[in-house]
Ligand binder design. Sequence first.
Ligand code: C2E
Ligand code: CA
Ligand code: CA
Length: 398
Amino acid sequence: MNDSLPREQLAPAETVFGIGEPGDSAYVIESGRVEILAGPAQDRIAVLCAGDLFGEVALLDQQPRTATVRTLEPTTLVRIERSHVNELLKRSDPVIRHLMTLLLERFRSTHSGHVLAADAPHVALDQVEALRTLTLTRDLSFALDNEQLELFYQPLVGFAEHNLVGFEALVRWRHPTLGMIMPMEFIGLAEKTGLVHRLGIWVLDHAIDAWAQLRLLCQPSTDLPPFVSVNLSAAELGDPKIVDTIRHALERKGMLPQELKIELTETVIIEDRATVGEVLEKLSALGIAIALDDFGTGYAGLDYLKSLPISCLKIDKTFVQEMATSLRSHEIVQSSINLAWSIGLSTIAEGVEDEDTARRLNDLGCNIAQGYYFARPMPASAVAAWLKQAQAEGRLRS
Ligand code: C2E
Ligand code: CA
Ligand code: CA
């Protein structure tokens, strides 16, 4: 039982709650016993003891209590509040949330004749979200087989020379009825269903294919050789077979490993430190660079920077976007760049949305910019036209 949940000590024959009272908590009996009284004559319908739970329906709706609960001896109760459960539910899968609501509705209608209004706003919203999640989960495998996924490329620009150094490959899903779906919505589903392995191979193959053309548009400098970045999630990097998959994909297309960068987040490292460490060592030995994504948002500490072959920090966009308005964010960005520099890592700042932020980052010594100020992610076919325009406008070197 969670130690932070409040406890209540009750004497014998005390009422925990009475029939018809509003309720906002369930209770677990830590020690002692209680009786449950229900019906017009308040008949005893059960006696509960240590470890038992009661009053749980109040966790999901705000209907009055349907029974009275009274202690039979000195009793300690652990109280679970509805607000606490709501917080947990908010973070859970919408399908689970919706199923809970449906089950509650059924329980209420059989036990008290009361039916939860099906058009209550939260029910309707949960239902829409749950149906969408179910639809996307059902369709994702088909999407992978039927070329509904698309890879977009977001340009990466060297600060010092305003040159196009490379791209981050970002996946999108053009769903036939739901329209364009962003990765934040379906990568998690792909991870849960195991499809992320196939998705990862799809992304890798397409990024390597497109690189043959994209590479020709890059304006590398001696400090910044050209590269394309792909994101790999925990499930992918926790599978040792990924090393051979990547190696074969590179060999098939004759792409240099030095021109591929793998982006991973701290969460990936924490999930399976030993396997991920081994996989990263092997990828690094092939010549593939490893970047740590969303730097500054994790909780992992910094020791992995010395033990893992990471060569680049990507400073999270939440800090970059606030640099001009928050001294604290500015300091975090500055310290991240200094830290990277002192241990020989390069830096990419994500979320560069305006000229002022670009100037500040350049002054701090950041190496590469990524953000809407330079370009949004775009299909490979749009890059040449974008480059021409950015050069004409003076945002990129000619
Ligand atoms: P991420 O790796 O942090 O990617 C950067 C995200 O920031 C992208 O969102 C990009 O469009 C967005 N972004 C870039 N510049 C700016 C800016 O100036 N302002 C703002 N507001 N946003 C900016 P996107 O494409 O929606 O991707 C979201 C996340 O989905 C990625 O976050 C990455 O974690 C994941 N993802 C994308 N593609 C893949 C993939 O192929 N495989 C895996 N495993 N994950 C992927
Ligand atoms: Ca990324
Ligand atoms: Ca990121």
